[in-house]
Design a protein around this ligand. Structure first.
Ligand code: NAD
Length: 581
């Protein structure tokens, strides 16, 4: 059977249908200054959707899968065609509604309103689990939107690279005097997000050993410069890693092995890495994580023939995997969970109460940044011209001359991060305000808008972000794990965030359930603002990039974090009951 036929048959069984003819013709986002929609806001939505499904960007676009297990950009190929048709017709005062990857309505609103509103994978609390989700998915009624997949904001592995780099830099600051040189990080998963791990480790001068069951994923990371070598042999991987660490050389190796087997193999050999983590798609025991003892092909067959058995085997392997992390931690390694809910899975399904004896990465390294309204946002050049991104790189350095760490990041990204699809960049900026009350994100967005207006940048730039941001997520096993006031599971905050983004006039606003930690475990939101050089874009940018990250400040201030309260004072953020006390 040809690879093509096999893919199409799998797509059929998942109910997405035959890949669209126009998708085959696009092969990614259109570029240049000619547009097929009635305005740049609609054109940006269309280009970002196609960018997600660019074969160089998404992990498995033939099945509409963008990343993170089965995170999709549209519910079916028919829905994809229909979204494109609606976007082409959409007027500057209309809003398109997309429900789990399918266009369901179009209303006249007004020019300052969002052009597209998206809700993905949301279920009412009592039914909010994988079982009900899969039932409804099989009926073609819902889609897994992951985070940036269903909100059309995915930009490939480059989208997570700075976050992974910063997390490891924070870990190095805390445990290894600011550098990973001579240190070995062991992990698993080289998919769309996890693939950023080896490069993030080597950017911090360290050594990475990453287990991956799917050899083609290792090859993809090597081709795009994210990983240096691959091997089937764990002894060889350990030997090479030790030699590189002793020499103080950055090095990475993808090991073609199940992650649970790799950790047990390391323990059998008395090999202790300095850091242990994981980014396999453990959030989804059926379609994300692979059980031990099977090749990818054998596991795929088991899933098709006996999904119940697959789930049991998958969870058994996860239990061994988590035990391996805990045992390696006991031998002296720094362990943290990297946002895939592997601890929650084995606690819920294998009664491993001690699974949470190692921390999640947010409370361990990221929360202080969220308290300050800092988070990862990204921008893409709709022209497709990489010079446009280089001009934005210069702009961010010019605007923030004092931020040395940011300059180092821009230099590293220029040297080592290949563009995938539309040229894009990721950056973390904070909430400190200037004399005009503009936050760092707002100042940067306004500067880009000016550069577009002046013609220094060829076409509009779209600014969007990760769902994992300061005030946009409720996720008790990840972004809101161990909140100071115990408010981990309260989901009012992301809902307020999405409503506020609409009020502030973002061009696309989305609300999702699930994402990185699986159905029922998180609610989160995203936004896009299209900077086309107009006064309207400036007005929207000023509002959205003040209110959206401002949610991070008020959410953490409400939970009692001093850093957030100080940031609120510094940036003049009003917190009603506190101000009136
Ligand atoms: P992906 O589905 O694209 O890739 C997962 C990879 O893990 C695949 O290549 C798969 O072959 C491999 N894999 C699965 N089970 C394995 C096993 N037992 N041993 C070895 N390899 C195995 O997913 P992704 O986009 O890379 O995301 C990975 C995980 O991280 C997901 O759970 C995702 O939700 C989570 N995530 C974390 C963050 C973060 O900020 N930390 C962000 C996004 C996603």
């Amino acid at each position: 059977m040809s690879e093509q036929t096999e893919t199409n048959e799998r797509a059929e069984t998942q109910g997405v249908g035959e890949p669209s003819t126009q998708w085959r013709e696009y092969q990614g986002a259109s570029t240049g200054t000619d547009i097929e929609c009635k305005g740049w806001r609609q054109e940006a939505a269309l280009r970002m959707l196609n960018n997600n499904l660019d074969p160089d960007v998404g992990e498995n676009p033939e099945d509409l899968v963008v990343y993170g297990g089965t995170g999709r950009a549209a519910r079916s190929w028919d829905a994809y065609d229909a979204i494109l048709a609606e976007l082409r017709e959409l007027d500057d005062d209309e809003t398109l509604l997309v429900q789990s990857g399918k266009p369901v309505g179009r209303f006249t609103t007004h020019e300052r309103a969002p052009r597209v509103l998206i809700a993905n994978s949301n279920l009412v609390g009592k039914w909010d689990d994988w079982e009900h989700f899969h039932e409804l998915e099989a009926k073609g009624l819902i889609m897994y939107g992951q985070m940036t997949a269903g909100s059309w904001a995915y930009i490939g592995t480059q989208g997570i690279i700075q976050g992974t780099y910063e997390t490891l830099a924070a870990l190095a600051d805390e445990h290894f005097a600011g550098d990973l040189r001579g240190k070995i990080v062991a992990t698993g998963g080289l998919g769309g997000m996890g693939g950023a791990q080896p490069l993030s480790v080597t950017m911090n001068h360290g050594v990475c050993i990453a287990a991956e069951v799917d050899e083609s994923r290792i090859d993809r990371r090597i081709e795009t410069g994210y990983c240096i070598e691959k091997t089937d042999d764990l002894d060889e991987a350990i030997e090479n890693a030790k030699a590189a660490a002793e020499a103080g050389e950055p090095y990475s190796v993808g090991v073609h092995i199940n992650a649970a087997d790799m950790l047990e193999g390391m323990l059998d050999r008395d090999f202790v890495p300095d850091v242990i983590t994981d980014q396999t798609s453990a959030h989804d025991e059926l379609e994300g994580y692979y059980p031990s003892g099977y090749t990818v092909e054998e596991a795929n067959q088991l899933r098709d023939e006996n999904p119940e058995n697959y789930v049991e085997e998958s969870l058994d392997t996860m239990a061994r995997h988590v035990q391996g992390i805990l045992d390696i931690q006991d031998t002296g390694a720094i362990a943290f969970e990297y946002g895939n809910n592997i601890r929650g899975q084995v606690k819920d399904h294998r009664e491993m109460e001690h699974a949470f004896d190692f921390p999640g990465f947010v409370p361990a390294y990221i929360r202080p940044l969220f308290c300050q309204g800092k988070g990862p946002f990204r921008w893409a050049a709709l022209s497709g011209n990489s010079d446009d991104i280089h001009r934005t790189d210069e702009a961010v350095v010019e605007l923030f001359p004092e931020k040395e760490q940011l300059h180092r990041w821009i230099d590293l990204a220029q040297e080592q991060v290949e563009f995938q699809g539309l040229p894009s960049r990721v950056c973390w900026l904070g909430y400190d305000t200037d004399d005009d009350g503009l936050t760092e994100r707002a100042r940067f967005a306004l500067r880009i808008n000016e550069l577009v207006a002046e013609g220094e940048i060829e076409a509009p730039v779209v600014v969007t972000r990760d769902h994992l941001d300061a005030g946009s997520v409720a996720s008790p096993n990840r972004e809101t794990e161990a909140m100071r006031d115990g408010s981990d599971a309260i989901a009012d905050w992301p809902i307020l965030n999405a409503l506020l983004n609409c009020a502030a006039g973002a061009d696309i606003v989305s609300v999702h359930d699930g994402g990185g930690v699986g159905i029922g475990n998180a609610l989160h939101t995203n936004n896009h603002v299209v900077l086309d050089g107009s006064d309207l874009a400036a007005e929207k940018a000023r509002r959205v990039f003040t209110t959206d990250p401002g949610m991070g400040v008020i959410r953490h201030a409400d939970a009692g974090y001093d850093v957030a309260l100080e940031q609120a004072d510094k940036s003049n953020v009003r917190i009603p009951m506190r101000d009136s006390e």
